[in-house]
Design a protein around this ligand. Structure first.
Ligand SMILES: Cc1ncc(C[n+]2csc(CCOP(=O)(O)OP(=O)(O)O)c2C)c(N)n1
Ligand SMILES: [Mg+2]
Length: 803
């Protein structure tokens, strides 16, 4: 062990001692929180606990190297770090454990995330940015192991772009790109593909990222030998080490209990990343888990007595303590006194957090027990209601669930009664529900005036002699103005840069805007999305391109777990207004004509999902999204790039509204709802149907999420009384989603005179070739016959059986 760390800023020994003691206090404070936290779970006050014990000292070192403007993207062990940068108090730690829904008490997520998931606030209440250069920043954690990695790439890349791109108003986001993005990950989680993908991409991009691997040699019960080749992640990654001639990573190794070396290692890492924009990996070894993995089990079950003993000997806090005594920083008595003091402090913080958490709930309980008493005194069923009241009053530590459940049950006893006390209880339940329920469900989307759905439509305008051009030209020209008007906008993906995307919707734009803004990436869908998330968290307006819809699956986990929940899981305190651009639907074969829309729609609530039927509509969507704060996925129709469209004279101004359907043809017999490529077939078929005496109304959904906010489809079914949904996803896929929206949410079932129908693709993936398409997806004949059959059922005389 080294004696004393290099005192970079020439502290006096006294000041140095004070600083080390302060660090030690943070380590002890954090440990006490872990110890008491576990007790809170075991005694039932909190539901689950996962803590940072055993990882305290390395995090002190990381915190020292972390400066304002920097970003963290980490995982559930980082409480000490958060405490050391002043972003987590013991009260807040316990408020998180108890799931306090008040953001003032629980700033990490207002109780939406289990404890150990950390975040800072990037946004003011009105959704505008705070000055992120003047604060410490932590992106909000997610639980899936290594899920923090893709976003880390974007957070780091933002610094590089802020350093290199001119004309940006970066004042709230960056000081000349000097910010480092700090990642943390457990040793076992490095087994995930997302980790390797991120490391490789960071090496390629050369971005200021410092990844710390907290290596405690376990992932829950599974030891390193089942996790990592050679049981050593830094050795495995040694090929990434930069050399004099080749760019790569700087790889550093340090022991978790070696305070002095840790400080130096982290300072070195910060300098390399910050100054040179070179990624650094710090492999922190000999980490321990004094209390095991989490409150769900005990590590005595799977660790040998020898290992447990070794962990005791190498506990980083104990080692730091020894070192302080050895080096004369403090004597045993002083340290013991500090420890005693902190124990008391944490105990008091815990009590405060609990009382603060419980106070509004106790008040609500009092109100309801009062209402129940009054009701019991008047109702013939008073005995039962009294019992409920007593049961509620007797709960030691009530939840809101207890209060509502008792109150709602009581109402059942007085269904037939006409008592003012019943009305009072009902009114309390209804009113309070409206206040309480949003604590758990608000902020899935933006709730400010920058919500996408508030952006007004601007229709395309055409000159009399408007040219007819390939759809891709409309997109390209629109992107050209969009990137000129928005210096913070950029686009990246596979084949996006040099050739201007596989369908040339970006032709020539790299030349115009440079390879940083119109960029090629490796084939790595998850981290393309991660780049987009990280960049958008830091003020950019990225468009992340996934080459084909079929390959969105590689990124769907991160889109679902991270992007779709960013706003929700921070209760509106972080936003990631990323646009995901992809193209899909009818082309060729199993992996180039997919339409897995049902799966997507169900996994990305929190994101807007748009399927423009042509490129003018698509251009309008991009323009709309640039004005709003909600993230979105745009699926362009693969077969639309070479179809002719008229060039609008107001191209750069057009805006396609979000959540609004479009009626393409009015009709009186049947409402036909579809979207995307399939619409063209529906439109073609409608001429044949007209010839057969059937007048259909065609509606383009175009915005699947959100869906038909004006209920135009309902209005159409009120007129036609018949409904069919035509979709090229599997049976029960997007068509089921659409049916649910129309029947259950819009209540269109009341107006239907025929069974509502869905016509979809087959269960299997679409086969290759013209015939593969014809027999896999709904064809014009399928559409004709299905609609005709509906009319036959209604009126067999005029529409005799066709086949
Ligand atoms: C994708 C995913 N799989 C499984 C889990 C369940 N899980 C939570 S933590 C964990 C072990 C992680 O071990 P490690 O990365 O070494 O971190 P440590 O807890 O040891 O610090 C597992 C398997 C998860 N959260 N996410
Ligand atoms: Mg581990």
């Amino acid at each position: 062990m080294q004696d004393l760390p290099d005192l970079k800023n020439n502290l006096s020994f006294e000041d140095f001692k004070t600083e080390v003691l302060n660090d030690y206090k943070t380590a002890v404070r954090s440990r006490e929180c872990s110890l008491l936290g576990r007790r809170e779970v075991l005694t039932g006050k909190a539901k689950f606990g996962i803590f940072g014990d055993g990882k305290e000292v390395p995090q002190l070192a990381m915190a020292k190297a972390f400066i304002k403007g920097d970003w963290r993207s980490g995982y559930y062990r980082d409480q000490t770090f958060m405490m050391a940068i002043g972003e987590l108090t013991p009260e807040q730690f316990f408020a998180g454990l108890y799931a306090d829904t008040d953001l003032e008490n629980e700033p990490m997520s207002a109780g939406r995330q289990m404890g150990g998931h950390f975040a800072t606030h990037s946004l003011n209440d009105d959704g505008t940015w705070k000055d992120l250069t003047k604060q410490y920043n932590s992106s909000a954690d997610i639980s899936p192991t290594a899920g923090q990695m893709p976003r880390l790439l974007g957070l780091a890349q933002a610094s590089k772009l802020y350093r290199k791109l001119k004309d940006l108003n970066a004042s709230k986001f960056s000081d000349k790109g000097n910010e480092v993005a700090w990642g943390t990950i457990g040793n076992a989680s490095t087994s995930e593909g997302l980790f390797f993908e991120t490391v490789n991409a960071a090496g390629v991009l050369q971005v200021p990222m410092v990844i710390s691997v907290w290596d405690d040699e376990y992932g829950i019960s599974v030891p390193a030998k089942y996790q990592t080749t050679k049981e050593n992640i830094s050795e495995v990654l040694s090929g990434f080490q930069r050399t004099e001639n080749e760019k790569g990573f700087e790889i550093l190794r340090v022991k978790a209990w070696d305070y002095a070396n840790l400080i130096e290692t982290y300072q070195e890492a910060a300098t390399i990343a910050r100054e040179e924009h070179v990624p650094v990996l710090i492999h922190v070894t000999e980490v321990t888990q004094p209390q095991g993995h989490s409150t769900s089990g005990s590590h005595e079950r799977y660790k040998s007595p020898e290992r447990l003993e070794w962990e005791k000997q190498h506990d980083c806090n104990a080692k730091m303590r020894e070192w302080m005594i050895q080096t004369g920083i403090a004597d045993n008595e002083t340290i013991t006194e500090i420890e005693r003091h902190i124990k008391r402090e944490v105990r008091d913080a815990k009590k405060n957090a609990w009382n603060t958490f419980l106070k509004p709930i106790i008040k609500e309980r009092q109100e309801v027990t009062g209402l129940l008493s009054s009701l019991a005194s008047k109702s013939p069923n008073g005995v039962f209601i009294k019992k409920l009241k007593e049961s509620l009053a007797g709960i030691d530590e009530p939840n809101r669930k207890d209060i509502f459940s008792h109150g709602r049950k009581a109402l059942r006893y007085v269904i037939g009664e006409n008592l003012p006390e019943k009305e009072q209880l009902k009114s309390w339940l209804n009113k309070t529900y409206e206040v309480v329920e949003p604590k758990f469900s608000s902020h899935l989307y933006s709730e400010t005036n920058r919500s996408n759905i508030l952006i007004k439509e601007v229709k395309p305008v055409y000159d009399a002699d408007a040219a007819s051009v390939d759809g891709r030209i409309i997109l390209r020209d629109n992107f050209k103005t969009l990137f000129s008007n928005h210096p913070e906008a950029l686009i990246f993906g596979e084949d996006t840069g040099n050739i201007g995307d596989v369908n040339q919707g970006l032709e020539g734009l790299q030349e115009k805007f440079g390879a940083l803004r119109v960029a090629d990436t490796g084939i790595r869908e998850a981290t393309i999305i991660g780049q987009g998330i990280g960049l958008s968290l830091r003020g950019f307006r990225p468009i992340a391109e996934i080459q084909y819809l079929d390959y969105l699956m590689y990124a769907l986990q991160i889109i679902s777990d991270d992007l779709a929940t960013t706003h929700y899981r921070t209760k509106g305190k972080q936003k990631a207004p990323l646009i995901v651009r992809t193209r899909g639907h009818r082309l060729e074969g199993i992996w180039h004509s997919g339409s897995q829309m049902g799966g997507i729609l169900n996994l990305v609530r929190g994101i807007h999902v748009l399927v423009p039927r042509n490129m003018t509509k698509a251009a309008g969507f991009y323009n709309t999204l640039m004005q709003g704060d909600d993230p979105a996925l745009i699926v362009e129709c693969l077969n639309g790039y070479r179809l002719k469209e008229k060039m609008p004279s107001n191209l750069s101004e057009i805006k396609t509204p979000i959540g609004v359907v479009e009626t393409l043809k009015e009709g009186s017999d049947i409402t036909v709802v579809s979207y995307g490529s399939t619409l063209r077939l529906v439109e073609e078929t409608s001429k044949d149907l007209t010839a057969a005496g059937i007048d259909i109304e065609i509606i383009d959904v175009q915005s699947l999420l959100p869906f038909d906010l004006n209920k135009d489809i309902l209005k159409s079914t009120q007129k036609t009384n018949r409904l069919i949904i035509i979709d090229e996803d599997v049976p029960g896929g997007a068509s089921a989603y659409i049916l649910n929206e129309i029947l259950n949410k819009q209540n269109a079932y009341k107006y239907l005179d025929s069974q509502p129908k869905t016509l979809t693709a087959k269960e299997h993936r679409p086969a290759y070739g013209n015939d593969g398409d014809y027999f896999s997806k709904p064809s014009a004949e399928d559409i004709f016959e299905t609609i005709y059959a509906m009319m036959h059922e209604v009126n067999p005389k005029d529409y005799p059986k066709l086949r």
